[in-house]
Design a protein around this ligand. Structure first.
Ligand SMILES: *Cc1c(COP(=O)(O)O)cnc(C)c1O
Length: 426
């Protein structure tokens, strides 16, 4: 069949099944267009997108400013590699470091690459600045973490599905329970060889677990007291998703009046990805101050595509949109409404037990076991009712729409979600 003919959903799905590796289990809906908070399937049916490509599309689908910047740059210069300078990278580096309040940035492409970069940077700092003996550095990580899919990263995952038969694993990581400050204190003070603490300010993939209000500040204080780098993976939580520019909002140039200033911290190493490009292009970044970043010298780390001029132009436009359209404030405002409305319904529901989250990163816990397919079935019904969401586990559904949503749209979505949940009441 000619690729120019319009294919049905079933045909597209069959092609993926036959010719693509089966490394995902998508909800059966085939999309071919997106604009703002909406996506359309191949039959022209319109949906609210409540996944936002795992929070990459915070600025909404095909934002004209971001796509415009991408098209302009794509017609001018796409890739030079870092063997030569290009006229966009330096401009972007100044922009992004001032935007987030760090001395330097190391540009990469995907989230996992940025996490890898942060881990390498942390180890190098540990050997060259902290004085840890060669190959002895340990990095503390949390149970239930999700930091990406490389061999090193899955080495410290507890998701057996992500780990099994991918060994041998990378050594040098110590796992502790998330949101447990005593556990962190015990491990961080137990050895002189602790180099860093890698943490998600909210665990997204695990099911949107929001730690205690003072957890990150206390963790940062413990890191400082023990000369350990606090490494924040904000690939999912960053770029306005949780109602502030960063979930750890520190010395950034963020115009928000963060609600609990005291509980926010400045990471030593900040990892960004996903929405730093508004979902238009793979862009990730590692930010740190000079004392840390300057341990990396020419030839010691890199990426052919990292810091390319299209990525630079796209990221600047995407971050402009975040501040121009006040996406943090909007996420915070709509998130409160979302949780309040869902909580009201949950009081009398026997299918949903809990809503939790921050800003527009929220989850609803379904009254069934982790192994059940209830959350999947609810997502299928949501799809039929015009809203796309995906379970993070058998009994948890994440709700993360683009941050350009307005209040009327959000209330429309809340009623779709509640009416759909009602179909599953026992
Ligand atoms: C998505 C994600 C990553 C990995 O990003 P990729 O671009 O998929 O490699 C890393 N950390 C967190 C917290 C994420 O949500």
């Amino acid at each position: 069949m000619s690729v120019l003919e319009k294919m049905s959903s079933d045909e597209v799905i069959a092609l993926e099944n036959k010719y693509g590796a089966h490394n995902y289990h998508p909800l059966p809906v085939v999309l071919n267009r997106g604009e703002g908070v909406y996506v359309w399937d191949v039959d022209g049916k319109k949906y609210y997108d409540f996944l936002s490509a795992y929070s990459a599309v915070n600025q909404g689908h095909c934002h004209p400013k971001i796509i415009g910047a991408m098209m302009d740059q794509a017609q001018t210069l796409t890739l030079t590699s870092r063997a030569f300078y290009n006229d966009k990278l330096g401009v972007y580096e100044e922009y992004v470091t001032k935007y987030f309040g760090f001395d330097k940035v190391l540009p990469m492409n995907t989230g996992a690459e940025a996490v890898e970069t942060a881990l390498k940077l942390c180890r190098k700092w540990a050997y060259e600045k902290k004085g840890i003996p060669e190959n002895e550095a340990q990095i503390i990580v949390c149970d239930g973490n999700f930091h990406g899919r490389t061999t090193t990263i899955i080495s410290f995952s507890n998701d057996e599905n992500a780990r099994r038969n991918f060994g041998p694993y990378t050594a040098g990581f110590i796992k502790i329970p998330y949101d447990d400050i005593d556990a962190l204190e015990k491990v961080i003070t137990s050895s002189k060889n602790i180099a860093g603490f890698l943490v998600e300010p909210i665990q997204g993939e695990a099911g949107v677990y929001v730690p205690a209000e003072d957890y990150l500040a206390k963790a940062k204080a413990l890191c400082e007291a023990n000369n350990v780098l606090f490494i924040a993976d904000e690939v999912q939580t960053g770029i306005a998703r949780t109602g502030s520019l960063l979930a750890v909002c520190g010395n950034c140039s963020c115009e928000n009046q963060c609600e609990q200033q005291a509980s926010y911290v400045t990471p030593d190493i900040l990892i960004l990805g996903k929405a730093i490009s508004g979902g238009a292009y793979p862009v990730s970044a590692v930010l740190a101050n000079d004392t840390i970043m300057n341990v990396i010298k020419p030839g010691q780390h890199g990426s052919t595509f990292g810091g390319n001029p299209v990525a630079a132009a796209v990221a600047m436009a995407a971050l402009d949109v975040v501040s121009e359209e006040h996406l943090s404030q909007n996420a915070r405002h709509l998130g409160k409404i979302f949780r309040a409305e869902l909580a009201k319904y949950i009081e009398t529901s026997n299918i949903a037990t809990l809503v939790r989250g921050k800003g527009l990163l929220n989850a609803v816990v379904i009254n069934d076991t982790e192994e059940s397919d209830t959350a999947w079935n609810i997502c299928m019904a949501l799809r039929d009712n015009g809203l796309l969401a995906k379970p993070t586990h058998g009994n948890i559904i994440r709700f993360a729409p683009p941050l350009v949503m307005n209040e009327e749209q959000l209330l429309d979505c809340v009623s779709i979600i509640i009416e759909t949940l009602k179909q599953f009441e026992k």
